[in-house]
Design a protein around this ligand. Structure first.
Ligand SMILES: Cc1cc2nc3c(=O)[nH]c(=O)nc-3n(C[C@H](O)[C@H](O)[C@H](O)COP(=O)(O)OP(=O)(O)OC[C@H]3O[C@@H](n4cnc5c(N)ncnc54)[C@H](O)[C@@H]3O)c2cc1C
Length: 399
């Protein structure tokens, strides 16, 4: 038996023994586990699953072991992912630390910072939020105004962030701050701030749906130790951009995940509602719609896999993450449009008796999918990036 075959056999045996049965079912949105100082576990099995995965160091399987990662090779990681998928295991942890901050810290942080912050991510001890957008700077992110003034042994931070997802539940925030007002991109630094510091206030923004996933985050005379600056002073824009690439990859991968899980459901749903003809969806228009969507998803999945393989071979995805973010967002929106078309008025229920689990929440997920075109940089901004940095097209107005 080769080493990899042995690894697969061990992995399969470990997962069979350690992944609780209920963690092998589709995850309802409200059962996601985010860890942090005040973790909540709506399903007790999710605590067991998280603790076992932490102990096994498989929360971040490929990160270096000295920072709490699993130290797996790309080949081993691929096997682990295949084995997790085989048993339909839920992700043990949802975490901006894993998806966005950790990879940036691995690349840009000092050794002390890596030793301090990365194990807190892999052990699910700290829940992070992202302090990028401000009331006057979203797409024009480099126009941000939150100031960090040098006060000798600390920075004094003043300003306001907005659309900070889950800031009211986060323990720390990774924040872009202005440390030089005389220049734009070169005057930005990347700062880590404890949300429990005096002067930090997260105010939830209530949405029409009744939910409050976003906050306004106010920073008033917040003292931040200088050791919390990542990278060099005024060089934060490079880190910010790299982190955005990780965020965009995360959004496209997530939409892909939903796709794979929902495709069988979509096809079956169409058969249940419109009948079957020779094992196919009876209605030719819907058959065509569902088949086209399925082919798009498969092609997109293969493209993501190819990009993943290239990344493993040391060729960073770079600005191409904007293509994946754009396409993944459009595909996810289309998926929910199709589901609404299939389900008609039954898709309107958000809560209430007489509806299947699958039906409830489709319309709110459809609404949420619209946000994919905005979060992590809008569709228009992605198209600009693709034009300039992938296709190398000239700026508007030039010949
Ligand atoms: C679900 C969700 C979660 C989010 N979570 C976070 C978070 O955790 N942390 C955080 O910091 N932010 C977060 N955001 C904010 C998000 O990053 C911003 O909303 C986004 O970058 C757009 O900025 P804006 O809202 O200020 O819109 P604006 O920048 O004001 O854009 C308004 C419109 O103008 C268009 N536009 C702007 N500039 C150009 C241009 N140069 N060319 C063409 N069109 C242009 C845009 O595409 C858009 O349609 C989140 C947003 C959403 C929807």
């Amino acid at each position: 038996m080769s080493n990899l075959e042995e690894f697969r056999a061990e992995t399969r045996a470990w997962l069979e023994e350690n992944c609780p049965e209920s963690m092998r079912t589709p995850m309802p949105e409200n059962e996601q586990v985010w860890g942090g100082r005040n973790p909540s576990y709506p399903n007790p099995d999710s605590k067991v699953w998280l603790e076992r995965m932490i102990e096994k160091r498989w929360i971040a399987p490929t990160w270096p072991t000295e920072y709490g990662g699993g130290g797996l090779s790309p080949e081993e990681n691929k096997i682990l992912l295949q084995e997790l998928k085989r048993i339909k295991a839920r992700p043990a942890l949802a975490s901006f630390g894993i998806w966005m901050l950790g990879p940036a810290l691995l690349e840009f942080a000092s050794e002390e910072q890596k030793k301090k912050f990365i194990p807190q991510i892999t052990n699910a001890e700290i829940r992070w939020c992202q302090g990028y957008s401000e009331p006057g700077s979203g797409s024009d992110l480099a126009g941000l105004q939150t100031r960090a003034e040098d006060k000798g042994d600390h920075y004094l931070v003043n300003g306001q962030k907005v659309w900070t997802s889950y800031a009211d539940q986060a323990d720390w925030i990774f924040c872009l701050v202005r440390t030089d007002t005389s220049v734009k991109h070169e005057g930005i630094s990347f700062l880590l701030i404890d949300m429990h510091s005096e002067g930090v206030e997260a105010r939830p923004i209530k949405l029409i749906s009744g939910k409050s996933p976003f906050c306004e985050t106010f920073l008033t005379d917040v003292k931040v130790p200088k050791e919390n600056l990542v990278g060099e002073l005024n060089k934060g824009w490079t880190i910010a951009k790299r982190l955005l690439e990780h965020e965009r990859e995360m959004i496209s991968n997530m939409n892909m995940g939903v796709g794979e899980a929902s495709m069988g459901g979509m096809e079956q749903l169409a058969k249940d509602i419109y009948g079957e003809l020779n094992g196919m969806i009876a209605d030719p228009h819907l058959r065509d719609t569902v088949a086209t969507h399925k082919m798009d998803e498969e092609a997109f999945g293969l493209t993501l896999r190819r990009a993943g393989e290239m990344a493993k071979a040391g060729k960073s995805v770079g600005a191409a993450a904007s293509m994946f973010k754009y396409y993944g967002s459009e595909m996810n929106k289309r998926r929910f449009e199709i589901l609404l078309e299939l389900m008609g008025t039954r898709a309107l229920a958000i809560e209430g008796e007489g509806y299947d689990e699958d039906e409830l929440g489709i319309s709110s997920q459809w609404l949420r999918s619209k946000g994919n075109s905005i979060e992590g940089g809008t569709t228009e901004v992605q198209l600009n990036v693709i034009a300039k940095r992938v296709l190398d097209l000239p700026e508007g107005g030039q010949a």
